[in-house]
Design a binder for this molecule. Structure first.
Ligand SMILES: Cc1cc2nc3c(=O)[nH]c(=O)nc-3n(C[C@H](O)[C@H](O)[C@H](O)COP(=O)(O)O)c2cc1C
Length: 181
């Protein structure tokens, strides 16, 4: 399998009443209306048990300055350590999906389905019931990635990357037909 650039998010869930978090690179938007996302998570993850237990989870987008905490929650397990105090936690509409105050963008998701590929992972399908974005990342009503500074993950060598510069919007980029190349 080749590796293309992956996002790096922190997924949160309550496990036995306590917040737990892990790092997830296998995450993507599945639909925009209504907004649905999908997270592929190993069934043995401590966070997985909390998502199934409560039927909800959070997806938090860490910025570059949260690299160390992101790596920590992605390399330690709630089966062995208590990760409940790593971040400042708040709760939204669902009341049981721990969201991270330090992340400039976060989403609260209701678990609406899951797919078992008969392997290690479950694809957890979440309906996004609320999104939280820090105003410092908003430019003309839109989320500005240059301010969010998200982390990109390369699966092949397990390395973290930052995003580069903006090349233009869909409307700004001039299309070139094949025969004009
Ligand atoms: C950058 C990064 C990305 C990761 N992506 C995934 C992923 O997509 N799915 C998964 O199941 N585990 C992934 N992991 C591994 C879990 O985050 C890791 O096993 C963590 O310790 C699980 O914590 P928990 O048992 O407390 O839930 C990733 C780890 C890192 C560092």
């Amino acid at each position: 399998m080749i590796s293309f650039p992956l996002p790096t998010v922190i997924v949160g869930a309550l496990v036995d009443g306590k917040p737990n978090f892990n790092a997830i690179a296998y995450c993507g938007i599945a639909q925009s209306k209504p907004p649905i996302l999908a997270v592929s998570m190993d069934k043995k993850r401590y966070t997985h048990s909390g998502i199934v237990e409560n039927g909800c989870f959070s997806v938090n987008v860490p910025s570059e300055d949260m690299l160390s905490q992101t790596n920590y929650v992605g390399t330690t397990t709630g089966h062995e350590v208590d990760k409940s105090g790593i971040f400042t936690v708040f709760y939204g509409k669902l009341g049981k999906a721990p969201l991270i105050e330090e992340c400039l963008a976060a989403m609260e998701c209701e678990l609406i389905d899951s797919m078992d590929f008969r392997g290690k992972n479950d694809l957890l399908i979440g309906k996004i019931v609320e999104s939280y974005v820090d105003e410092s990342c908003i430019e003309r009503g839109w989320l500005d990635l240059s301010r969010l500074k998200p982390l990109i993950f390369s699966r092949s060598d397990h390395s973290y990357w930052t995003i580069g510069r903006c090349l233009g919007t869909v409307n700004e980029v001039q299309n070139v037909k094949n025969d004009e190349k």
